[in-house]
Design a binder for this molecule. Structure first.
Ligand code: NAD
Length: 543
């Protein structure tokens, strides 16, 4: 008697990426599932399949081709896709996410093949809940959503922005084991102001200018309500919205639902992790530091606010903590005397000081750390770094502007001009630097140390809210994982080669905080780390 099989069989099975095993179906399974004859006759192992993927990747010339090949694999066989990514996350991250994903988003309409994720156009307003019902799985726990307006540093890419939620969610799985079937990439199409796209006959999005104001806000509200109704346990992560929308959306929903914005909060957390790491080298306390930011945009104010909140946890009063964070922008030092200060900068607009240049601001404020988030290269010049080195035994120098061409200084400049005393980390990667007989390994402040771990912690706790303290805990956990040996080489972040293990440990620390503070919607497990390890997705075909 033949066994009754539930779920797809035959050719349909081979087209379902969640359950397809391709050439790895055993002979028994092939007979049972009706795919005999639809595959080459001899079954493979997952290891052989991985080796074949590597072989095929090696034959491709460009990173974009590799990106597209891996996207096709994801649409065909999810286990194999994640087995490949998780075999070496540090190598595959740049292929499935930045920088390659940027080019893929720019060329989205020209390279488009299989559709992935959920598209919600503003023309469908009033029907979002119904459309979300078309998603093939019921238990969605994690959404990354963009409206495509500020994709990386590339601007408005309309629906081409979908590459970002897709790539980012792949990293939630590959770097922290968030199960892929619980994730959903979403693009809200509210139009685009990119005229090259509107004029391109291959453009796949709505051909209209971006909707703004009350109509936009109502669409976001409908989206949030529809998600909460369809997927009540879901966390919404906002991604690559323009500042004018990102900040108010976060403010509107952060105290109402489980939600966060990685550009704002993840960025701040990875910078704070760098600060905690640097303090392990200098042996000082956070409360004793003074920070001067070059740049006063969303990155600067987000980092300054999280640093201030971490100082408050060390007992510093809010006003005193913020007074230890100064901003310097295109118009000079941000002070209360300036008429052009925006609300979000106001907490860091202090009493005026007579300074006419950034180096004069360094001399007057005497910061222990300078953080570059100005998008302008070379402003941490020799004079600035020499001044920092005169004022501090171990000056903290973080040029965080991306890409490399916009970095406020190079690693070599920071180490050379400080005579090897700088504690350095950057937004973009730099190679090791040899000064005299010592080799320094520059750390890269990459949000990937934070967001996958945050996702796993949210999944494990079903936290009702995502709080600032959770990001401070995450930052501390990342910094605590840097080995003494790495600190000795100047490296203040853990290596990305260990990202999966690092993320599970960071997720455990965040989850402990969530349980300790009564934010969890599930019962506290006896062993939180074991609970997280048990939840983590591992790519395997199983029985
Ligand atoms: P933004 O455009 O909002 O702000 C830029 C700020 O720099 C503005 O305040 C502007 O006045 C100031 N500025 C520009 N030119 C200047 C000059 N010549 N002198 C002094 N100030 C100047 O940008 P943002 O979103 O805050 O991002 C800033 C940078 O931070 C970007 O390069 C981004 O790549 C980087 N960033 C890095 C990470 C990371 O490494 N994890 C994360 C987020 C942002």
């Amino acid at each position: 008697m033949t066994e009754k099989v539930s779920g797809p069989t035959g050719a349909e099975l081979l087209h379902n990426p969640h359950i397809n095993r391709g050439s790895a179906f055993t002979l028994d399974d092939r007979r049972r599932l009706g795919v005999e004859g639809l595959l080459p006759p001899v079954p493979d192992s997952l290891e052989i399949q991985i080796a074949r993927v590597e072989h095929q990747l090696a034959a491709l010339d460009s990173d974009l081709q590799k990106y597209l090949f891996l996207s096709d694999l994801q649409a065909r066989n999810e286990v194999l896709y994640y087995a490949v990514l998780m075999s070496d996350p540090a190598r595959f991250m740049p292929l499935v996410y930045t920088p390659t994903v940027g080019e893929a988003c720019q060329k989205f309409d020209h390279v488009f093949r299989a559709s992935r994720g959920m598209y919600l156009p503003i023309t469908a307003k009033g029907r979002l809940q119904e459309i979300l019902g078309n998603w093939p799985t019921q238990d969605v726990r994690f959404i990354v959503v963009t409206d495509g307006e500020r994709i990386l540093g590339l601007g408005d890419l309309g629906v081409g922005g979908m590459g970002i939620p897709v790539g980012k969610l792949a990293l939630y799985t590959a770097c922290a084991g968030v199960p892929p079937q619980m994730t959903m990439p979403v693009t809200l199409d509210v139009g685009t102001n990119n005229h090259a796209l509107l004029d391109d006959p291959l453009y796949l999005g709505l051909r209209q200018e971006r909707v703004r104001g009350a109509e936009y806000d109502a669409f976001i509200e409908e989206f949030v309500q529809a998600v909460m109704t369809r997927f009540p346990k879901c966390c919404i992560q906002w991604e690559d919205f323009a500042n004018i929308n990102a900040v108010p959306i976060l403010e509107r929903y952060r105290d109402k639902i489980c939600t966060y914005n990685d550009d704002i909060q993840g960025t701040a957390a990875i910078a704070l992790a760098g600060v905690f790491g640097a303090l392990r080298i200098t042996g000082q306390k956070l409360a004793d530091q003074r920070f001067l930011f070059l740049g006063a945009g969303s990155a600067a104010t987000g980092i300054a606010e999280l640093i201030s909140e971490a100082m408050m946890l060390e007992g510093i009063k809010p006003a005193d903590a913020r007074a230890r964070n100064w901003l310097y922008d295109i118009n000079g030092l941000v002070t209360s005397a300036r008429a052009d200060i925006a609300d979000f900068q106001r907490p860091f607009a202090h009493d005026p000081l007579p300074v006419g240049s950034f180096v004069e601001a360094v001399e007057a404020i005497k910061p222990s750390a300078i953080i570059g988030v100005s998008t302008t290269p070379k402003l941490f010049n020799r004079q600035v770094i020499e001044a920092m080195s005169r004022l501090n035994e171990r000056p903290i120098i973080f040029p965080y502007s991306n890409p490399t061409s916009r970095s406020e200084c190079t690693a070599e400049e920071a180490y050379t001009w400080s005579d090897g005393r700088a504690v350095f980390a950057s937004g973009s990667p730099f190679p090791p630097v040899a000064i005299k007989d010592k080799t320094f390994v520059p750390g890269q402040g990459n949000n990937v140390y934070i967001f996958p771990a945050m996702g796993m912690a949210i999944l494990a706790t079903q936290t009702r809210r995502v709080t600032q303290e959770m990001f401070i805990v995450a930052a501390r956990a990342v910094a605590d994982q840097v080995t003494t040996e790495d600190l000795g080489r100047g490296l203040i972040y853990p290596p990305t080669t260990r990202i999966f293990e690092a993320s599970l440990l960071t997720a455990t620390k965040i989850a402990e905080y969530v349980f300790d503070n009564g934010l969890a919607a599930v019962e506290r497990p006896v062993n939180i780390e074991a609970h997280i390890r048990a939840l983590a997705y591992r790519p395997a075909y199983g029985a």
